[in-house]
Design a protein around this ligand. Structure first.
Ligand code: H76
Length: 438
């Protein structure tokens, strides 16, 4: 393998308490909010077909007009504690908030730029009250930060000339200053979710990024940073030139999920997911398929069954309100979570053979295995094929203690149980209690 000065600094999973806490979240909330919520994907009567938070890059959006939107930012309905309560009811264990997206607008009062909330009619810090509200609800806070910054004069996507390089040095200093400022202002932050690190210019910054990550972890020991931040000595991100994961978990699953455990390479990972096909920031005209709570619960359970966290995105509008579709989904997911959270929190992968009826999750605390049933077979028989000899103790319906299932062993390490005739109105959790010692 290659000798890398700035490749992966650790092989295998982080095993410290902060990472164990992260590993056991299961469900998170993403919040994409900024001045892009003002146009909401529309400009001059035309609708932008791309992601609303990218509207500045649209030819139908004059840059000058976009760069003056901050003068209208005044979210009179912004209510951090209401947002935190909604997230709590949904069952989110952590929340990732966009402090600065690609447009460079800062939702906190930054010393290093005037393009921030202090220079808007709203005039106040957005991030601080949100962090406090989520901390008060016991939901851990993570900060999204886009390295790509369309507003900063020193930003470059490619370093072609000496002028580019010296301008980019000022941009790197600005980036470092803003990150240290965020950690200084919001010390309860548990981690950073980096984005906008795909440019060639950034891929040349292996040493700078490595040193900055070290410096950030000095400010907040144990800070959790995913694979999307650092490039290695050869400009590779996520996985270094030896194929080893860089950062504390893999951040490659954006609007998609791994299919098998092998797809995860046995790493920690998160999936960040939009409710429409591809809208993170508020878009007033959602087109195409809007995911149902059933689909989102299946993605959540599939993520946990493959040792990942599922982070569902919300995009508040210009007033700071959450749209009806998102409110409804948060409530529906919360209703399912209130009855089935033991199959999500503190749970992860078990190497039993995947079955068509749904997914297994194993509770890392109790050792119990949860069968999360999405597809009831016509014959109502659920097949279980374990990976080793186990001594079954009890198989029961998580939400009906009177419902005990009597397994029939049909071959080596293979059992079947019989569901009743009832139609499944929602994904059902059946718990398998077994003796691990045998
Ligand atoms: C592309 C892209 C960005 N990455 C997602 C997490 C959103 O922030 C989107 O704008």
């Amino acid at each position: 393998s290659l000798a890398l000065a700035h490749g992966a600094h650790r092989l295998g999973k982080r095993t410290d308490p902060m990472m164990e806490r992260w590993r056991n979240y299961g469900l998170g909330q993403f919040i994409h909010w900024g001045v892009y919520a003002i146009p909401g994907g529309q400009w001059n009567g035309a609708s932008y077909g791309g992601a609303a938070e990218w509207i500045r890059s649209w030819k139908g959006m004059p840059k000058e007009a976009y760069d003056n939107l901050y003068k209208e930012f005044d979210p009179e309905n912004y209510d951090p504690s209401a947002l935190a309560k909604q997230a709590k009811e949904m069952g989110a264990k952590y929340m990732i908030i966009t402090t600065k997206h690609h447009d460079g607008f800062c939702l906190w009062p930054s010393e290093y730029t005037d393009y921030d909330v202090t220079n808007t009619p709203y005039g106040k810090d957005i991030i601080g009250p949100l962090v406090e509200a989520y901390d008060a609800e016991g939901i851990d806070v993570y900060l999204y930060f886009s390295v790509m910054d369309w507003n900063h004069p020193g930003y470059r996507s490619v370093l072609a000339t000496e002028e580019d390089r010296s301008a980019y040095e000022s941009f790197k200093e600005f980036t470092r200053n803003q990150l240290l400022e965020l950690l200084e202002r919001y010390p309860t932050t548990k981690g950073l979710w980096f984005d906008g690190t795909w440019d060639e210019a950034w891929k040349e910054q292996a040493e700078f990024a490595d040193n900055l990550a070290t410096e950030m972890r000095k400010k907040i020991p144990g800070l959790i940073i995913g694979s999307r931040f650092r490039p290695d000595d050869y400009g590779n991100r996520h996985f270094d030139s030896n194929g080893d994961l860089m950062g504390d978990y893999e951040q490659g699953w954006e609007r998609k999920l791994p299919e098998t455990y092998e797809d995860t390479n046995g790493n920690d990972w998160d999936c960040v997911m939009t409710i429409p096909e591809n809208q993170w920031g508020y878009h007033s005209d959602w087109r195409g398929h809007v995911k149902t709570s059933y689909e989102l619960i299946e993605m959540l359970v599939k993520s946990v069954s493959l040792d990942g966290n599922f982070v569902l995105n919300f995009g508040p509008d210009a007033k700071g309100d959450i749209r009806m579709e998102e409110k409804k989904l948060a409530t529906e997911i919360g209703q399912w979570m209130s009855k089935n959270k033991s199959a999500i929190y503190n749970c992860g992968h078990i190497d039993w053979e995947k079955q068509d009826w749904g997914y297994y999750t194993q509770n890392r605390v109790t050792g119990e295995v949860n069968m999360v049933v999405f597809n009831k077979p016509i014959n109502s028989v659920l097949r279980i094929k374990t990976s080793s000899k186990i001594s079954l103790q009890k198989i029961y319906d998580l939400n009906d203690a009177t419902k005990i299932y009597d397994p029939e062993e049909i071959s080596q390490d293979e059992y079947i149980i019989q569901l009743g005739d009832e139609e499944l109105a929602e994904p059902k959790v059946i718990v398998i209690k077994y003796d691990h010692s045998k």
